[in-house]
Design a protein around this ligand. Structure first.
Ligand code: SF4
Length: 92
């Protein structure tokens, strides 16, 4: 029997980081240094994310949403997006 992957069910939102458009303004890092980090290439990176076609994605819980919303809102070029997984609704 495979282990029950219940932990995934608590992930309600998906963060999508379009790294190519990042200009390294680091507002996201200032807003949420636990999840965003400036890299040597001058762009930001999203901790614990998976690279999918030049974008970085990570599923997050309800509790994590506010911090990611704040980071996304602080980004001057709007390359951080959040969608609700169940509905596909765009949060930001
Ligand atoms: S705030 Fe936006 S542009 Fe600035 S480092 Fe973060 S993702 Fe890149």
């Amino acid at each position: 029997m495979s282990p029950n992957k219940d932990s995934n069910s608590s992930k309600k939102y998906k963060v999508i980081f379009d790294k190519e458009g990042c200009i390294g303004a680091a507002a996201c890092v200032a807003s949420d240094p636990n999840n965003w980090k400036l890299q040597d290439d001058g762009k930001s990176s999203l901790k614990d994310s998976t690279e999918i076609k030049d974008q970085f994605e990570r599923e997050i819980t309800e509790e994590e949403l506010q911090a990611f919303k704040d980071a996304a809102e602080s980004c001057p070029v709007n390359v951080i997006h959040i969608t609700e997984i169940a509905t596909g609704k765009k949060i930001i």
